[in-house]
Write a protein that binds this ligand. Structure first.
Ligand SMILES: Cc1cc2nc3c(=O)[nH]c(=O)nc-3n(C[C@H](O)[C@H](O)[C@H](O)COP(=O)(O)OP(=O)(O)OC[C@H]3O[C@@H](n4cnc5c(N)ncnc54)[C@H](O)[C@@H]3O)c2cc1C
Length: 655
């Protein structure tokens, strides 16, 4: 119910804006608080507002068509650039915003502006620049409106139109860069469009007009310059490099956007005209997010996986209706009061949700590592002395993995190609597909499910979340191949095992290996005892192990470890390759290549009798390089083999 109301409120913000704009253009300036109130030019301003709303309405219609027509959806989700997950849909929408802001809006305004700025003998270039000043000003106002639309995490409009989080996020970045370019054009037009000396211009830009009266355009130059500098600061801290290496700098400096909006409004009232719907939606989002801080829940259990990952189960009723692939934003107040991080729901029941994550040991001060340490302490302490770990949750957010949807898709096969913790995004979809295969076993051919999982960790076989699948002998048409790509970790694990005479958790393998070399076992043993409360090794061992010739393996062999240890009977015996064959599991040491895997598994499949194509859904989730290679592999595969239609979907963990 709340959801419906908030969706309606978000939608209502658009027509409401129409009246707010009219009220703020009232000649008496009663509802205008800017230094420069646009009051006179009602017709041309309302014209731009009308164009803007037509543009949004047409966009909504286009997205709705894609949602109901599979052909339209297929065309929109095609990718123009090999190796990139950017779709034609995104490119087309972004191109139309460029057309709107750089061509359509200026075309409706330029004649009037040109006439108003003519008269004095100022030369053609200066005349053009002076005409450009008001035109670029209006274009900026429209662009501000567009940038703010995809800003909310709780966007009910995005949920209503099923727009993926990744696409919104990407378009927001492009629009933000476009805004910087427009403001730069406006700034240049201001600096060079007036017959003033450099010192006069600098004085107007940087010296606060102390004696001026507010509301008479006296602050426009100073305020405009300050607002531009704020925008530059936001743009610099939002660069990919900064976001990747210094996420918190990016995150907190993004709060400057509010100074930018206030500054832009003080500069000219029109800057608020298009921003209102985005701001209303962001306010709703803000209220929901603030509320989530007050509702605390607790960690129920923690599993320290032997492969180094951590599964944490949290008490919550919010996740059980979430679709496979959706994520929540999680906060551990004991680690950080303000930081919320996105984690995909790896599994959920009516009363809890489980998340899977790993912490990078090379970044001991980062949030993930601090959370890992907190959870290890929680896990190591006895239940009587255990201090509760508090959690705040927001969401679920995001959309279902389309290619694996059990409601809408009839794929012949679904391939999950995931790297590292990207497995978390695939788990619930696989679970749902396996369940559907079982339920329809008597009437339908099972959908073939392939999980190709690559990870830098060496020992992947003990992930608790997938043990149930391994145990379930009835599972048909399910193939899992695990690729352990970091031979060094394996080598360390082996060294430690031969030294201590016991299997060492991979997490501690490096420390154990060092302890072996130095002969100082004490430190390692005390760390081990405090971290590992119980031996969690699973009794299930149905994995076959094969070795793949690969540069990693060569390095691995060179490190004095007997590589035969890892050569088993070979995976091919266990991997089913015919439709409906039994499940198979394999662990390989080396890098995986999606094209080879598709050739190995998918080429053998046959479509249903009445179908002309073999429909294969491919879901990719992993680091940027991994995803790029996968997409190139899919393109090559499709080019080479007719009759197989790949529908590719990418989830990115880079925010
Ligand atoms: C939709 C989505 C789902 C995800 N699901 C999982 C999951 O199930 N399991 C898992 O292990 N990881 C998941 N991640 C990644 C995880 O959120 C980040 O790895 C984690 O936040 C890293 O934080 P850090 O401070 O420890 O590392 P850092 O080294 O500071 O950051 C590493 C990268 O994580 C991202 N990041 C950092 N802080 C945040 C934040 N507050 N919000 C968003 N992104 C941030 C940035 O892109 C940064 O480049 C998901 C990410 C997204 C976007």
């Amino acid at each position: 119910m709340t959801h419906v109301l908030l969706t309606l409120l978000s939608l209502a913000s658009f027509p409401a804006t129409w009246y707010i704009v009219k009220a703020s253009m009232d000649q008496s300036k009663r509802w205008c608080f800017s230094d420069w109130c646009l009051t006179g030019n009602l017709a041309s301003t309302m014209n731009t507002v009308t164009i803007y709303y037509w543009f949004l309405a047409l966009s909504a219609i286009a997205v709705s068509i894609c949602n109901v027509s599979s052909t339209a959806k297929r065309i929109a989700s095609k990718r123009p650039f090999s190796g990139s997950s950017v779709s034609w849909g995104e490119v087309a929408w972004f191109a139309s915003t460029v057309l709107l802001v750089w061509v359509i809006v200026p075309m409706t305004l330029w004649q009037d502006a040109w006439r108003r700025k003519s008269g004095s003998d100022q030369g053609l270039v200066r005349h053009i620049l002076r005409t450009l000043l008001p035109i670029s000003g209006d274009a900026i106002a429209v662009q501000i409106g567009l940038v703010l639309l995809p800003m909310s995490k709780n966007s009910f409009i995005a949920t209503l139109f099923k727009i993926p989080y990744t696409n919104l996020f990407r378009v927001h970045i492009w629009l933000g860069r476009g805004l910087l370019q427009l403001v730069t054009v406006h700034f240049v037009a201001y600096c060079f469009g007036r017959p003033k000396t450099l010192s006069e211009i600098l004085h107007k830009m940087f010296v606060f007009p102390v004696d001026a009266t507010y509301g008479r355009k006296s602050f426009v130059s100073f305020d405009g310059t300050m607002t531009y500098l704020v925008l530059i600061a936001i743009a610099v801290t939002s660069m990919d490099r900064v976001r990747r290496c210094l996420y918190n700098v990016f995150f907190y400096s993004h709060a400057l956007i509010f100074f930018f909006i206030v500054g832009a409004y003080i500069h000219a009232s029109s800057n608020m005209f298009f921003a209102i719907p985005g701001l209303i939606m962001y306010t709703i989002d803000g209220i929901l997010r603030t509320r989530s801080r007050a509702i605390k829940t607790q960690v129920q259990s923690v599993v320290l996986e032997d492969c180094g990952y951590i599964c944490v189960t949290v008490k919550t009723t919010l996740a059980h209706t979430a679709k496979p692939g959706q994520f929540m934003r999680i906060n551990f107040p004991q680690v950080s009061k303000f930081e919320f991080h996105p984690w995909t729901i790896a599994s959920a029941t009516e009363t809890d949700a489980t998340f899977l994550f790993s912490a990078n040991p090379r970044k001991p001060n980062e949030w993930s590592m601090r959370v890992a340490n907190l959870l290890r302490r929680f896990e190591a302490s006895s239940s009587s002395s255990r201090e509760a770990v508090e959690v705040c949750l927001q969401g679920p957010y995001g959309k279902e993995i389309d290619v694996a949807s059990v409601d809408t898709n009839e794929m012949d096969a679904v391939v999950f190609y995931v790297g590292g913790t990207g497995i978390a995004a695939a788990l619930r979809s696989i679970e749902a597909l396996l369940l559907r295969n079982k339920q329809r076993a008597d009437t339908h051919r099972p959908v073939r499910i392939y999980l190709f999982w690559s990870s830098q960790l060496g020992s992947l076989v003990d992930l608790s979340l997938i043990q149930a699948w391994v145990r379930d002998d009835a599972q048909d048409a399910f193939v899992v191949e695990l690729f352990a790509t970091r031979a060094a970790a394996l080598a360390a694990e082996q060294r430690a095992q031969s030294c201590f005479g016991e299997q060492t958790p991979l997490l501690l393998a490096a420390a154990a290996s060092e302890a072996c070399e130095s002969g100082n076992h004490k430190h390692y043993e005390s760390t081990r005892n405090s971290l590992v409360a119980a031996d969690r090794r699973s009794s299930v061992r149905r994995w076959s192990v094969c070795s793949v010739p690969d540069e990693d393996l060569v390095r691995f062999s060179e490190s004095n470890v007997d590589s035969d240890t890892f050569s088993g009977s070979g995976s091919d015996e266990t991997l089913g390759s015919q439709n409906g064959a039994a499940a198979g599991f394999a662990v390989s040491h080396g890098r995986c290549k999606l094209q080879d895997l598709l050739e190995k598994h998918v080429l053998n499949l046959t479509p249903l009798e009445e179908a002309t194509f073999l429909n294969v859904g491919v879901f990719v989730c992993g680091p940027a390089g991994f995803t790029r290679d996968a997409l190139v592999g899919c393109d090559e595969f499709e080019k080479e083999y007719n009759g197989i239609r790949l529908s590719v979907e990418v989830e990115s963990f880079d925010a």
